[in-house]
Design a protein around this ligand. Structure first.
Ligand SMILES: NC(=O)c1ccc[n+]([C@@H]2O[C@H](COP(=O)([O-])OP(=O)(O)OC[C@H]3O[C@@H](n4cnc5c(N)ncnc54)[C@H](O)[C@@H]3O)[C@@H](O)[C@H]2O)c1
Length: 389
């Protein structure tokens, strides 16, 4: 089969690599540097399995910056471009997908177009109405950054928002490419599939927010957070995992997806979903108040990324914490090797020499500590309890 994938980020590249083991895949992106790297078998994102597949497997991958005749002749066209939340519209900005669909409609194609980007509920229905000659489907993506290919090789589930033969073909394509036996497949309406994605991420955000509020409670009452969480999570209905306190949920997806779901509720009565963002903002303020108790002037920020081994710091909760600490007159130094030779960010000096970073600061703040901090442990502030993401 011939497949085009548009948008070579975490979602697009992992799907492209996955499917190119058996099928011919053309990778599209409007960033030529990314395509160039892929062409040289270098992963533009940090994902050891993607890197290893690019180098070691014989993949049928090619690149193209233009959406052209080759794209339209594909059996499937997967779109995985960004859908950032736009506060003015109180909805995702779907313009990258709108433009691609407009172009595909002009070029005419019989391909099944699979939207993998996370969408506002109702989007797929509306574009199918607008472009009557296109076959447009939504299939939510559930991967974790850093484990993107792994999560597609061993998918938690495969979902598509339709029940016709083309959607059947697409889910069997994903299933055959996976290494997991008995992958669960769910076929439902596109609005339901769009809702599953938003409710899944909002649940994850809610769980993070819940254990963060538990931690704020424990700290305020001088209780041991670990004892509380261990006690609570031993109930199998609650379960262990995804319960490690943090400075707040962040990353590319959870903040924007909870806002989108809240917006989708519109007039439907709800309290939990609309409170998630508020809980997260309160948590950051609480963390700042807790840090201010140390009464130190020079504060080090150890890593901007949300998680260990992450290659980006999109919507990282520590960014808001930096801004609030600065408002309180603190002098901030940032240690983040991802910044390379960049000298400053958010109006703070970047110090990537670890020893000099330590010598300039009285207190080091980190969402997720690493071994490097062991020797200055008595100066480290974190709410990480379990040493995991
Ligand atoms: N990152 C995740 O963990 C994750 C998980 C599930 C779903 N999603 C969703 O998938 C979508 C993509 O996320 P991502 O993390 O892969 O994004 P990303 O930012 O890593 O990648 C998007 C890619 O699209 C390219 N691009 C942007 N506009 C384009 C255009 N008009 N034409 C061609 N290429 C274009 C960018 O250059 C970039 O390479 C989003 O809707 C996101 O919410 C992300």
């Amino acid at each position: 089969m011939k497949i085009s994938v548009i948008g070579m980020g975490y979602v697009g590249l992992s799907n492209a690599v996955l499917l190119s083991q058996k099928h011919t895949v053309i990778c599209h992106d409007n960033n030529p540097k990314k395509l160039d790297l892929i062409n040289k078998k270098i992963s533009p994102i940090k994902d050891s399995l993607i890197q290893s597949y690019l180098k070691k497997k014989s993949l049928k991958l090619s690149i193209s910056i233009d959406i052209n005749e080759q794209t339209t002749k594909s059996d499937f066209i997967i779109i995985s471009t960004p859908t950032n939340y736009d506060p003015k519209q109180d909805s995702f900005d779907t313009s990258s997908i709108d433009e691609i669909l407009k172009k595909l409609n002009q070029l005419k194609t019989n391909a099944s177009i699979i939207l993998k980007s996370t969408l506002p509920i109702g989007y797929t229905t509306s574009v199918n109405k607008k472009y009557k000659k296109l076959k447009i489907y939504f299939s939510p993506e559930f991967l974790r950054e850093g484990n993107a290919l792994y999560d597609n090789l061993y998918p938690s589930r495969i979902i598509i928002g339709n029940k016709d033969n083309y959607s059947q073909r697409f889910v069997s394509l994903l299933k055959k490419a996976s290494l997991k036996k008995d992958v669960q497949i769910f076929m439902m309406s596109s609005c339901e599939a769009e809702s599953v994605k938003l409710f899944s991420n909002s649940y994850l955000a809610m769980r993070v927010a819940y254990f963060n509020e538990l931690d704020s409670f424990a700290v305020s009452n001088k209780m041991n957070t670990k004892d509380l969480i261990d006690g609570v999570c031993s109930d199998s209905r609650i379960g262990k995992g995804y319960n490690n306190p943090s400075f707040g949920f962040g990353g590319y997806c959870l903040p924007k997806d909870t806002l989108q779901l809240s917006s989708s509720f519109a007039d439907i009565p709800n309290a939990i979903v609309k409170s998630l963002n508020k809980s997260n903002q309160l948590r950051k303020k609480y963390i700042v108040q807790d840090i201010l108790k140390f009464r130190v002037k020079y504060i080090g920020i150890y890593l901007l990324a949300m998680k260990k081994d992450s290659d980006n710091f999109r919507e990282s909760s520590i960014i808001d914490i930096i801004k609030l600490l600065k408002k309180n007159g603190k002098v901030i130094y940032i240690h983040e090797p991802l910044l390379g030779i960049q000298k400053s960010i958010f109006g703070c000096t970047v110090v990537n020499d670890f020893d000099s970073f330590v010598s300039k600061t009285n207190l080091i703040i980190t969402n997720r500590p690493s071994k490097e901090l062991n020797k200055v442990q008595n100066r480290v502030y974190t709410r990480d309890i379990y040493g995991e993401n």
